[in-house]
Design a protein around this ligand. Structure first.
Ligand code: ATP
Ligand code: MG
Length: 935
């Protein structure tokens, strides 16, 4: 489940008990960061005074509803916003008198888009109306209710299908013409996504008790929509009432229910079915196993409720989660009909993050596919028999899938002896081709090292081998919402190509196609393997065999510019060397030159006495605890990857001995504790009772203090530069430890360079408050240095004006983009080598068939951009897409016009977010006449 906050409200003898739970890092209370998933409790006694205030407010609201929705005849169409004022009073009262003040604070500070679940046994109060002084909570954030009930919900099986099935039950009593229109409009809307929707209808007399009961019991539907009459605790069908109790007993499957009918979420006022626990349609459906339920707290009919349903489904069919779809629909209703409290009448039971239908996106994008074939199974079956061999096969494929997941791949299958893994969907990483190759090489190693555990241990799977193929290419991807959740389907020939390569590979071999090789050439070495025809009638493809991971990247060209930044680094170095340690956040967009600057700094440092440790976070190691810290500690102890356990242990011991003086038993004990703590991080399990029994939190604290001591000791000998590269991909556990150290480096001879992109910030970690904190922000290269860089890349003094213009207009001042565009011009033959320089081919159109400006964006550039896009939430992505239709620059006003109404509300928030993440920047002007441009 996605992150949500849960507010539990329990009715007790003389009042209410509350418990608010919210996810990690979502809340800043009075300037204090709360980093653990956390919660708070509170209670409110319900004294007679409060009780009578609440009752008064509820009566006043009931009165207003009575005038707005008379029990007979047409409801009055109130346009006057003050009519609904009692609802606001009730909401304020519920919030300020009933909720304890700490919870009020916390609720106000939770991020606006964090869904809130109200888990309660008191379904009588309209919790949706909680009003925090600025707005109703339910208009701010997706909100859903959960029943706190003693009866567990029935877990009906979820049907397995890709298309979603809708059932409409409409106008059983034949007297609601608007519901006929409702169903027509919904059918029209569903026609736009025929690949994901099936619909069936029970209209008017067809909606008999028997028919409806059978449909409910069939378990065949994902969504059941009812528009007709209801009363608390029953639906009015063509031939009589269908009670909540019948529904709860009959319901099959896990349908989402929308009852667009009066009072459909209200408990029955008195218990007509004495002694039975089922009081409301809502609880009947939820306890019967429904995945969610929308009903109403008071009468709704007429045009607005019809429109409400239409707007809601339009959003749901776009793939928007039900809670957010309901919120946007409410908001639209609230804005357009201020006097009509219909928006507040609807209640959602269930998980607001649930998606029930839709094609979320359809797009063309690059994907890398790895196909692994397990060979040698037959001899294994022969030797071990069916059961044992199948067991081994399962374990092997399991292990291989784990490896794929570690690198962010998505394993598909396995189909007997074939495992497919996709990289880059649904989320792109800038290095998907490299990840696929790393996965392949790790898989080969893992199979060699594989030992079946337990009773199978003596049986050797030695005959098994892997043959691997990797292909990268453009596919059309479609994200569907299915009964099982999100499913990303791709169509394109990459899968066939990867399978063809795997079929052609020898045991333990990894074959890749040309695109994969090009993308990964910086990190791996390859050997040509000729060409291969994958299928009859297709062109042969060029094949390469993966040899090994490259040791170090090729030496970069001399650095241009950055004099000012270097000077500042040098200043901080001098301060650190004198004992005033500095913690420097080096920040800048992908490819702007952070790493190059640090290299430049190290070149400058070369004639001084210094120690240097670099630890680099990998995007695929974000979920590996201590991935970053392992490198730092290995660096301090001088442990290299090839060291065996004994060497690692003795190096670690040398490191720790430095900070534990003396020889006695106490010293021995301390050394052992230090070994246990640091050992755990570098893959050594050293038992130490004093450490092993510690709570994880204390253990981490202790680890941090040992680490701090050895770092300070090491730096006391020679000043030390500690570079933490790509901190935006750091794992949580390392960050927690490093944060404790970061606060203390001010007293060490340490220059800690924390290198990160702008989507990470040191602010929440409290760094900016410390006196030894410094900030170094890298912008794009200046006009002059861009030209200088280009000149160096081309090997000329001054690049020809037209060429410079053509390249720099596409890349701006981002050195990575400049390098990549030059590379792709060289590879496509637009640039050719003449003596020591690269010049335009005499006639670019004849040499390559393409002109200077037609060469497409290099893959590696596209991957970086895609990976950033995939980090954006859907609304941000939408805004960006629409803006890009307008052009390189766009006006706020124009953008506002092309947004749909609901999204317009959030436009400001999204634009702020996009600016912060450097997708766009403000060109100037006063709101609302602001102009923006793409970065
Ligand atoms: N000032 C410069 N002079 C010459 N080359 C540069 C300069 N800055 C960056 N480059 C080159 O541009 C490429 C990208 O730079 P670099 O790897 O330092 O970017 P980065 O900011 O570290 O990006 P990332 O966030 O992806 O790590 C590298 O090949 C680097 O050598
Ligand atoms: Mg870098």
């Amino acid at each position: 489940m996605k992150p949500v906050a849960t507010l539990s409200i329990l009715r007790v003898q003389d009042g209410y008990l509350f418990h608010l739970e919210y996810p990690t890092n979502s809340l800043t209370l009075r300037g204090q960061d709360i980093h653990t998933p956390s919660g708070m409790i509170g209670s409110t006694p319900l004294d007679p005074d409060l009780r009578s205030q609440l009752e008064g407010a509820i009566d006043a609201s009931a009165e207003i509803l009575r005038t707005l929705y008379p029990s007979s005849g047409q409801p009055s169409r109130a346009r006057d916003p003050t009519v609904a004022a009692p609802l606001g009073r009730l909401g304020r009262l519920l919030f300020s008198l009933l909720l304890p003040s700490t919870l009020q604070d916390a609720l106000c500070q939770l991020p606006d888009d964090l869904p809130l679940i109200v888990a309660t046994d008191d379904t009588d109060l309209p919790w949706e109306l909680l009003y925090d002084g600025t707005q109703y909570l339910v208009l701010k954030r997706p909100m859903g209710r959960r029943l706190l009930s003693s009866t567990p919900a029935r877990q009906n099986p979820i049907p397995d299908r890709i298309r979603r099935s809708f059932l409409f039950i409409t106008n059983p009593t034949g007297d609601l013409p608007q519901t006929d229109i409702e169903v027509e409009r919904l059918v029209d809307a569903f026609d736009t996504v025929p690949e994901v929707i099936d619909a069936r209808f029970l209209c008017r007399v067809q909606a008999s008790k028997l028919e409806v009961l059978q449909a409910l019991a069939s378990g065949q539907y994902d969504v059941i929509h009812y528009s007709g009459h209801a009363k608390p605790g029953a639906l009015l069908l063509a031939d009589g009432e269908l009670t909540a109790e019948d529904i709860q007993k009959a319901l099959g499957g896990r349908p989402f229910i929308f009852l667009n009918a009066c009072w459909s979420a209200e408990p029955a006022p008195q218990l007509p079915y004495a002694g039975l626990p089922v009081r409301s349609l809502a609880s009947a459906f939820i306890l019967g196993g429904a995945s969610g339920f929308i009903g109403t707290l008071w009468p709704v009919f007429d045009v607005s409720s019809r429109e409400f349903a239409e707007w809601f489904y339009a959003l749901v069919l776009d793939g928007i989660p039900v809670g957010e779809a309901l919120r946007r629909t409410r908001e639209r209703m609230y804005r357009t009909r201020p006097g009509d409290p219909l928006w507040a009448s609807f209640v959602l039971y269930g998980d607001p993050t649930l998606r029930i239908a839709g094609l979320e996106r359809r797009e063309t994008r690059p994907v890398t596919v790895l196909v692994a074939r397990l060979s040698g199974l037959l001899p294994l079956f022969d030797a071990l028999g069916l059961e044992a061999a199948a067991e081994i096969e399962d374990q092997v494929l399991d292990r291989l899938s784990q490896i794929a997941r570690r690198y962010g791949g998505e394993p598909r299958g396995p189909l007997t002896d074939i495992l497919g893994v996709r990289f880059g969907v649904p989320e792109a990483h800038e290095d998907d081709a490299e990840r696929a190759i790393r996965t392949a090489l790790d898989m080969v190693n893992a199979l060699q090292a594989f030992e079946p555990p337990g009773p199978l241990a003596p049986m050797s799977p030695g005959s098994l081998a892997l043959r691997l193929g990797i292909s990268t290419g453009q596919v059309v991807g479609r994200q569907l919402i299915t009964a099982q959740g999100l499913d990303y389907q791709i169509s394109g020939d990459v899968v066939d190509r990867a399978a063809g390569l795997a079929a052609h590979a020898g045991d333990g071999e990894v074959l890749v196609d040309e695109t994969t090789r090009r993308l990964a050439q910086a990190a791996f070495t390859f050997e040509p393997e000729g060409s291969l025809t994958i299928a009859e009638g297709t062109r042969p493809i060029v094949v390469h065999r993966v040899m090994a991971a490259k040791e170090a990247p090729p030496p970069p060209i001399p650095m241009v510019g950055r004099e000012r930044e270097l000077t500042r680094l040098q200043g901080w170095w001098h301060e650190a060397a004198a004992g005033h340690g500095r913690l420097v956040a080096v920040t800048g967009a992908a490819g702007v030159g952070k790493t190059r600057l640090i290299q430049g700094f190290r070149e400058w440092l070369s004639d001084q006495e210094y120690q240097w440790i670099t630890a680099t976070c990998e995007s695929y190691d974000q979920n590996t605890p201590y991935a970053l810290l392992t490198q730092v500690i290995s660096g301090l102890a001088d442990i290299s990857p090839g060291d065996n356990k004994a060497t690692r242990r003795s190096k670690l011991e040398d490191l720790i001995r430095g900070v534990v003086p003396g020889e006695g038993p106490r010293a021995k004990e301390q050394i052992n504790e230090g070994l246990a703590l640091l050992g755990q991080v570098v893959g050594l399990r050293i038992p130490a009772p004093a450490v092993d029994t510690l709570e994880p939190e204390l253990r981490q604290k202790k680890l941090a203090s040992v680490f701090q001591a050895v770092l300070a000791h090491q730096a006391a000998q020679y000043p030390l530069v500690l570079v933490l590269e790509d901190l935006h991909w750091a794992d949580e556990a390392s960050l927690e430890v490093l944060n404790q150290i970061a606060s203390a480096v001010g007293r060490m001879r340490v220059l800690l360079l924390a290198v990160h992109r702008p989507d990470w910030s040191p602010e929440p970690h409290g760094w900016t408050r410390w006196g030894h904190y410094r900030h170094l922000s890298l912008d794009e290269l200046s006009e002059e240095t861009r030209h200088a860089l280009l000149a160096r890349l081309l090997g000329v003094e001054v690049p020809p004006e037209a060429l410079a213009e053509a390249i720099l207009s596409r890349t701006g001042g981002n050195p990575f983009f400049i390098e990549e565009v030059v590379k792709s011009l060289q590879e496509t033959g637009v640039l050719t080598r003449s003596d020591d320089a690269w010049v335009l081919a005499a006639d670019p159109s004849t040499s390559s068939g393409r002109g200077l400006t037609e060469v497409p964006l290099p893959d590696r550039v596209e991957n970086v951009i895609l990976a950033r896009l995939d980090q954006l939430a859907e609304p941000g992505r939408e805004v960006l897409q629409r803006a890009s239709v307008i052009g390189q620059e766009f006006e706020y006003r124009v953008l506002q016009e092309v947004q749909d109404e609901a999204a317009r509300e959030e436009l400001d928030r999204n634009l702020g977010d996009l600016t912060r993440r450097h997708f766009i920047f403000e060109l100037g002007g006063w709101w609302p006449d602001v102009n923006y441009a793409f970065s």
